[in-house]
Design a protein around this ligand. Structure first.
Ligand code: AMP
Length: 542
């Protein structure tokens, strides 16, 4: 027997219409490329998104067509989130930190028809346009007054605000199939070519619902949310959609992601929740430390994309009263899979034990299941000790890549994440490595992330990376690469002594090498393969 409930498809446009009807007055504040602050309301966001939807249709964009953006976090980018997806086309967010050859490859692979870009990216776009012949229209996301006097694009360059001005806001969001694609994001591709992950309206709305829950990102109409994580990196972890669903004020940082700019924005707009990768938050903490500043409104921050060092959790919580929400996800997971929020029996634990729990990536959101398996695919116990390959399944997990390329190869319906993890009896998952970063010493695995966590607890360590270096006896041994706090004269022996009693003896790195900086990839992740290439033969000599 069928239920007798209304059947309404789960559509991205429904998030916007909800925000307009129920939270119309809520503000969206953006630091613009032009340097000034722009503010308007959800009502205006909805009106302008409809006008842009009319503009897209005048450009000949049909359902299913790909429309690309190369832009920082801001209100125009948000309008495109809804105008493109809401009208049935597919929003393809491009990462400006990728090499132009990669961008050109991705644009051709996605067959993008139009590319919208922030005016500061014109030089990149000009290079890309020489290599990718697909797009027939480029749109500069700015006003007529800021349009470039000349450009070297082979096709027409339109002005975003001209397009906006020449269309009405009379547009009805179409009733799409909820399984239709709404957006496309390519994996960062540190190994092999980038692969496209194609999200559906349904997967996006379900992700939004689950990610906003109290034990996930805990978002409400009382929040002011600052997604520092870029809108080109897995839809800013879903926060723009969440803010519309719950009616939270939204604050966008534009291109200014340094500690001072972020701190000033957080204070000026009374941000309650921010979200960023650890390297960006390091800059924010460094600014706060240097100026002995405090956070008057920020109550919590999401830290994800890379492991959140224990030292960072402790500083945010103990010194600044800002709770850390350690989250794990992937492009293939839209992106959220787990968030580390306490269960009730953990609340009374001593602070060191709670900090140790928060080093874990956390519990699965409703809608995601996970397991760890051995090399033969057998499920391993959740005993907090067994480590294995992490597999996930769920409503917002990619089934296969766009155009079937480098197929995701589901294993019995489970997606192999490429992460190595353990899970404790409370269901808290902890990533110990990417499978390709695992250190195998004498046949046993050593977690590079655990070593890095201990290293960054030392007050003279600004950043640390642990890699596998070839070893004549043990195959591989851990080598610790350290960026010192400026002015520090700490020695490698002192740093190695810091490990005594904190990790098993055989986990202790054999040596420390001081480096000037840590190489980061396009999404802020440490490029361990670059460091491995450089230091692989450290113990064996070249
Ligand atoms: P991306 O698809 O670029 O978002 O990268 C996803 C990968 O980032 C995951 O498979 C993990 O290896 C890593 N990652 C994301 N969040 C975390 C986290 N909290 N701790 C450790 N690694 C993470």
């Amino acid at each position: 027997m069928q239920g007798l409930m209304m059947q309404q498809p789960l559509l991205v446009s429904s998030l916007l219409t909800h925000a307009e009807r129920h939270h119309g007055e809520r503000e969206i504040v953006s630091r613009r490329i032009e340097g000034d602050i722009h503010r308007y309301s959800f009502t205006e966001l909805a009106r302008r998104s409809r006008r842009m939807a009319n503009a897209l249709s005048s450009l000949g964009i049909d359902r299913g067509d790909r429309v690309a953006t190369l832009a920082w976090n801001g209100y125009r980018h948000l309008e495109l989130y809804f105008a493109v997806s809401g009208s049935g086309a597919v929003l393809h967010t491009l990462n400006p930190r990728l090499h132009v050859d990669q961008l050109a490859y991705i644009i051709e692979n996605a067959a993008d028809r139009v590319v919208f870009f922030d005016i500061t990216f014109l030089p990149i776009i000009e290079e890309v346009a020489k290599r990718a012949t697909g797009p027939t229209v480029f749109v500069a996301m700015t006003t007529r007054a800021h349009m470039p006097a000349t450009h070297q694009l082979p096709v027409s360059l339109l002005c975003y605000e001209d397009l906006m001005d020449s269309h009405s806001d009379g547009f009805t969001w179409p009733l799409l199939n909820e399984n239709d694609a709404c957006s496309l994001c390519y994996t960062s591709g540190t190994t092999g070519l980038p692969k496209g992950v194609l999200y559906s309206h349904r997967s996006t709305v379900l992700h939004t619902l689950s990610a906003a829950l109290p034990d996930a990102l805990n978002c409400s109409a009382r929040d002011t949310i600052l997604p520092v994580v870029p809108m080109f990196h897995v839809n800013a972890w879903g926060l723009p959609y969440i803010a519309c669903m719950v009616g939270a004020k939204m604050v966008f940082p534009g291109p200014s992601l340094d500690g001072r700019s972020l701190y000033e924005l957080i204070e000026a707009e009374q941000v309650t929740l921010s979200a960023a990768v650890p390297t960006v938050l390091q800059g924010l903490l460094a600014h706060a430390d240097e100026h002995q500043a405090s956070f008057s409104s920020m109550r919590r921050t999401v830290v994800g994309g890379a492991p959140c060092p224990t030292a960072m959790t402790a500083t945010f919580q103990d010194r600044y009263g800002v709770d850390v929400l350690h989250a794990w996800g992937m492009t293939e997971l839209s992106p959220l899979g787990t968030v580390c929020s306490f269960k009730s029996h953990q609340l009374g634990l001593p602070v060191e034990q709670r900090n140790a729990i928060q080093a874990k990536q956390g519990r699965a959101l409703f809608g995601i299941d996970m397991k760890i398996v051995d090399a033969s695919g057998n499920e391993l116990p959740w005993d907090g000790r067994s480590t294995g390959d992490l597999h996930v399944s769920g409503h917002w997990v990619s089934r296969e890549y766009f155009r079937g390329e480098n197929s995701a190869r589901l294993r019995n319906g489970w997606f192999p994440t490429g992460d190595v993890a353990k899970i404790d009896p409370d269901g808290f998952m902890q990533i110990t490595d990417r499978s390709k970063d695992v250190i195998k010493s004498g046949g046993e695995w050593i977690s590079s992330i655990d070593i890095e966590n201990v290293a960054t607890l030392h007050p003279d360590v600004l950043g640390a990376v642990c890699i596998a270096a070839s070893h004549p006896k043990w195959d591989e041994r851990p080598l610790l690469l350290v960026v010192k706090v400026p002015g520090s004269s700490v020695s490698s022996d002192e740093l190695l002594a810091h490990f005594d009693g904190k990790v098993a003896k055989w986990w202790k790195p054999d040596a420390v090498v001081f480096i000037d900086s840590i190489p980061l990839g396009a999404t802020g992740k440490v490029l361990k393969n670059t460091l491995r290439d450089q230091f692989r033969n450290y113990y064996v000599g070249d």
